[in-house]
Structure formats: structure tokens, C-alpha cells
Ligand binder design. Structure first.
Ligand code: ISL
Ligand code: CA
Length: 560
């Protein structure tokens, strides 16, 4: 395999959430010029690729995931000229740009939908999924992933349209070949600009199950569509093969499909090594391990994941995709809470050491790692935000439906859950320094900052050689330098140890032993490390052998 490594298999991706990265004109919203100002910071970290969350024209009902014009830039972020310059500047520095592609749905303000809803006979009617009422109600029992029904009744034409997300995000009808061709044409517009790839939003949802059947309603729930029921529909692989032919094969691009509801078998189809569909997918299984035991509450919960389950799941993905498909590696993104708060320990005495441990655990695995902005300085969940501060439609709807309407839990409990899991934890502005609004803006920020920016910020991290930032820099460098991190065989040790996550990577002549103490306890573990072993990286400055300190992480390298 070593001979055949593709550039994206050795690359590390850094995700930028434009609205929260850097505001260049002080209107309180991050923008493209702001990102341009920070390219050197990303370059210094050592990442190869920048994934930009959607920057297209959008009414922002779901922060840019509701696109009204795919070939225009959201004026809040700047202009197409700003984008072109950002792309050029990034390329000059050797950084690639991965664009978000949101084509399961558009905005209800997209021209296609405006036409589609105008009459039953409109040319674009069939661009979306319209159905007659059934028994005077919704066509089936599906719910929106953001609460409430997935169907919206349209008075004018007397039919319902499907929206798996908010009602301003109508789902496109991929069965229609004209829809597919329009999407491919739009993608080619971006390929022609020279972008380096696509991150494909909820791509596992574009093909709906034939006949749109009712799904099973979980106990205590109201709607019947877990992502397993609607994802990976009958034609999704055909559509992606067509996309590969008509768009993706035109350049040496990187593609990652966001694939909620995907299992190993399907992931192998999406990210197969015969290069007929995508390079890799974001799978969600490890993200669901700390869900609420009550399925009606879904992800809303505040208990930490069980290490045994996490090991079992991550090891399954490592082992079962090996040689057949390619993994993406991530702890967090704009939809997930902060990695150090969720998997590490964000109490001041443990934040730095545990953020490094969490990073070590992921960055020695096989796959392409993704770092979400702020993760590299150990930004934490935003416990200072209260119900009135949240911006995220998922959080707002959760309060509205789960508490106000269904009374599944009380407001104080829900707030705890949101502080543990809400998407705004990741979306508070990037913390650059300890000046007003953390150097993000001098205006009024679109979302409240995390109030810990005085102590957690990039300026401080850059001034401290022992910072999380430099640790990530080293992890990235090691991946670039040591092929074993890309190609070595993965082997989990001690699956039943619920405190330490240890695994090996085996190469032809050498091996790595990756040890991660997941607790704040001092533990003794003997892995029979040979005398010739050298420490490759560690989050403590000496090695105490079998004696593991709180959240200690270390990687030994030795010849077999
Ligand atoms: O965020 C989630 C749960 O809290 C996920 O279920 C998420 O909705 C799912 O991963 C899809 O996410 C993507 O599409 C959404 C958008 O809101 C997310 O930001 C995006 O990453 C709809 O476009
Ligand atoms: Ca701005």
C-alpha cells in the first residue's frame, strides 16, 4: 500500500467555521478576509487542507446549510472576489480548500424552490418531494432531525413538501435526472475555479427509501425516522457514481461524505478503494455512544461515554475498513461539543494534559484526521451561554419541542444537556487573544463568546512551547514524516480496560505503542515496552514507565 498512498491519505484537515473565525470589518460576523488574515496561523499549525463550512448565499436559517444560490457568496462573508483571492492565497501557501456541498436540500428561498412551489405544473415542481395529504394529514410519520414533523403543508397547492431538517430546507428530489444534472453543473462551476474537494453534507440522505414508508416510532417518541431508516437509500450509490463520472474525476480532488446512519458495509461502498464514489465518509457511530438512554431525547444527555464502548467502536472502524476503504478521524466539528469537554477533562488543572491525550488517541489512528477550529488550543464547551443566548436552531427547537411541548424533561436538565452536547459549544467565536471579544471582532459578536478567552486563546498558546497548539503541530508533523501512521496495521490492546486506551500500529520493521490514560487517576499498566523503545511524543516531560499519571498519553516507537 505504501507505494499507492494518495495525497489526502497523508493530509490533515483543519475545519474553519467562517462566521466564527475572524471578523475583518467588525460587523460581528467572521468573513473571508478574516480567514485570509489567519492563513499563516493555519500554515504554522501544519494542516494541509482547510474545510470551509458553507459560505454561499443563504438566509441563514441553519447557518448557511440552507443555500439560496450555490454560485454566489453570502454577503456577510464577502464577495466572490474575496473568495477567489482566498483560494489563491491559500494555494500560494500550499494549503488546499475543501468546500462544503449541501445538496440534500436547498433553502426555501432558492429559485428552484420558489418556482417549484408556485404551481403544480411548474417545470421545477418535481425538483422537490411533494405529496398529497394522507387522511388529511402528513404523508408519512417522518420527523425533522431538528424536531417536529418533516412535512410542511403548502396552502397554495394543497400538498406537503418534505424537509428532513428545518422547514426552510426543502429536500431535493434526486430521482429527477434534471436535479442531478443541475447539481453536477453547479459543482463543476466550483471545480473550474480550482477548489480541491468537497465535504458533502448529509450525502447519505439524498436517496429516499422507495415509497417513503412510515418508520418505526421509538418508545415515547412521535416520529418514525431514525437516520438508519431514511439513510443509505436504494439509489445513493448510483448517484454518487454518476457524480464521480461527471464531476469528481475531472480533477485530483478530495471528497468526504457526511454519512449519518452509515454502517461499515455501507461505508465500504461509499469510500471503496476502487475509487468509484467518495474518498471517505464521516461516520457517526462513535458520536452516538453517549446518547440519552431514552431514544425520544436522542443526543440530549450529559453523561460521559463508556471507554469500553468507545474502544470497541473505534477499533471496529479501524479494523474493518483496513484495506477496503478509508477512515476519517474526528472528535468534533461545528455540530458537536468541544473534544476536550466531551472526551477529556476541561477542569483547569486537567484541560491541557487531557486535550493532548484526546488528540494523541485520534492522531495515531489510520485515516485522515480533522481538527476543528479552536480544538488546537483546547477551547472548551461554553457553559456561560443561557437559553436566551443560543442561536442554533437545533437547540432552540429542542427547548421548544422537548420541554415546552412534549415535557420530556425540565428546563434546567435540558440546559445541562445543551451545555454538554449543543452545537453552539463549537460555534462561539475563535479565541485569538485576551483583548475585547478575544480579538475576534471589535463589533458586537453574532454569538456570545465563551467567557474563558482570557485564559484560553491562541496568542497564549503560541507563546508557550508546551501548549496544545505545538502538540498538534508535532502530531501533524509526525503523520507527514512517518508512513507507519498512515499504513500500519491497527491492533487494540486490553479491550476490557475501562481506564486506559492502548493500541499498536504495526509496520514491516517497526511498531508504535500508543498509550492513553483516560482518567484523572494514577494507574499502573505494564505493556512490556522493550528497552530499545523511544518516546515519540508524550504530554508529560518525563517517562515514568508503567506508572501512568492523570490523562497521560505517550507513544513509543521500537523495532519489532
Ligand atoms: O447535528 C446533528 C445532531 O445534532 C446531526 O444530526 C446533524 O444534523 C447531521 O449531522 C447533519 O449535519 C449537517 O447537515 C445539517 C446541518 O445543520 C449541519 O450543520 C450539517 O453539518 C443540515 O444541513
Ligand atoms: Ca465581518
Amino acid at each position: 500500500m505504501t507505494e499507492n498512498i494518495k495525497w489526502w491519505q497523508k493530509a490533515v484537515v483543519y475545519q474553519v467555521y467562517p462566521r466564527s473565525y475572524q471578523d475583518s470589518n467588525n460587523d460581528g460576523i467572521g468573513d473571508l478576509k478574516g480567514i485570509e488574515q489567519r492563513l499563516d496561523y493555519i500554515k504554522k499549525l501544519g494542516a494541509d487542507v482547510i474545510w470551509l463550512n458553507p459560505i454561499y448565499a443563504s438566509p441563514d436559517k441553519d447557518n448557511g446549510y440552507d443555500i439560496s444560490d450555490y454560485e454566489d457568496i453570502n454577503a456577510k462573508f464577502g464577495s466572490m472576489a474575496d473568495f477567489d483571492r482566498l483560494l489563491e492565497k491559500a494555494h500560494d501557501k500550499g494549503l488546499k480548500i475543501l468546500m462544503d456541498l449541501v445538496v440534500n436540500h436547498t433553502s426555501d428561498q432558492h429559485q428552484w424552490f420558489i418556482e417549484s412551489r408556485s404551481s403544480k405544473n411548474n417545470d421545477k415542481r418535481d425538483f422537490y418531494i411533494w405529496r398529497d395529504p394522507v387522511d388529511d394529514g402528513e404523508p408519512n410519520n417522518w420527523g425533522s432531525f431538528f424536531s417536529g414533523s418533516a412535512w410542511k403543508f403548502d396552502e397554495k397547492t394543497g400538498q406537503y413538501y418534505l424537509h428532513l431538517f428545518v422547514e426552510e430546507q426543502p429536500d431535493l428530489n434526486w430521482v429527477n435526472p434534471e436535479v442531478r444534472q443541475s447539481v453536477f453543473d453547479m459543482m463543476n462551476f466550483w471545480v473550474d475555479k480550482g477548489i480541491d474537494g468537497f465535504r458533502m453534507d448529509v450525502i447519505s440522505l439524498i436517496s429516499k427509501p422507495d415509497g417513503l414508508p412510515d418508520g418505526e416510532v421509538p418508545e415515547g417518541g412521535e416520529y418514525g425516522n431514525s437516520d438508519k431508516a431514511v439513510a443509505n437509500g436504494p439509489h445513493v450509490h448510483d448517484y454518487l457514481k454518476e457524480m464521480r463520472q461527471k464531476v469528481l474525476n475531472r480533477a485530483d480532488m478530495m471528497t468526504v461524505g457526511e454519512a449519518s446512519g452509515v454502517d461499515i458495509d455501507n461505508a465500504i461502498k461509499y469510500a471503496n478503494t476502487d475509487a468509484s464514489e467518495l474518498n471517505m465518509v464521516f461516520q457517526f457511530e462513535h458520536m452516538g455512544l453517549d446518547n440519552n438512554p431514552n431514544p425520544a431525547l436522542g443526543k440530549w444527555y450529559d453523561q460521559k461515554v463508556s471507554l469500553i464502548k468507545l474502544k470497541e467502536n473505534m477499533s471496529k472502524w479501524q479494523n474493518d475498513l483496513a484495506g477496503k476503504a478509508w477512515n476519517s478521524l474526528y472528535w468534533d466539528n461545528h455540530d458537536q461539543p468541544r473534544a476536550v469537554s466531551r472526551y477529556g477533562d476541561d477542569r483547569p488543572e486537567y484541560r491541557v494534559v487531557s486535550a493532548k491525550m484526546v488528540a494523541t488517541l485520534l492522531h495515531f489512528m489510520q485515516g485522515t484526521p480533522y481538527i476543528y477550529q479552536g480544538e488546537e488550543i483546547g477551547m472548551t464547551n461554553a457553559y456561560n451561554l443561557q437559553r436566551e443566548d443560543f442561536d442554533d436552531v437545533e437547540i432552540k427547537n429542542a427547548f421548544k419541542y422537548l420541554i415546552d411541548k412534549d415535557q420530556l424533561t425540565d428546563e434546567a436538565t435540558m440546559l445541562k444537556y445543551v451545555h454538554a452536547k449543543g452545537r453552539d459549544n463549537a460555534r462561539t467565536p475563535m479565541q485569538w487573544d485576551d483583548s475585547q471579544n478575544a480579538g475576534f471582532t471589535t463589533g458586537s459578536p453574532w454569538l456570545k463568546l465563551n467567557d474563558n478567552y482570557g485564559t484560553i486563546n491562541a496568542k497564549k498558546a503560541l507563546a508557550d512551547p508546551n501548549s496544545i497548539f505545538y502538540y498538534y503541530q508535532k502530531l501533524i508533523r509526525l503523520r507527514h514524516e512517518l508512513p507507519i501512521i498512515t499504513t500500519g496495521e491497527y491492533q487494540l490492546l486490553d479491550p476490557d480496560d475501562d481506564q486506559v486506551y492502548t493500541y499498536r500500529r504495526l509496520g514491516n520493521r517497526e511498531q508504535l505503542l500508543v498509550i492513553n490514560n483516560f482518567t484523572d487517576q494514577v494507574l499502573i499498566r505494564d505493556y512490556h515496552v522493550p528497552d530499545n523503545a523511544e518516546i515519540l511524543i508524550s504530554n508529560y516531560d518525563d517517562d515514568t514507565g508503567t506508572h501512568l499519571r492523570p490523562y497521560e498519553a505517550k507513544v513509543y516507537r521500537f523495532t519489532k
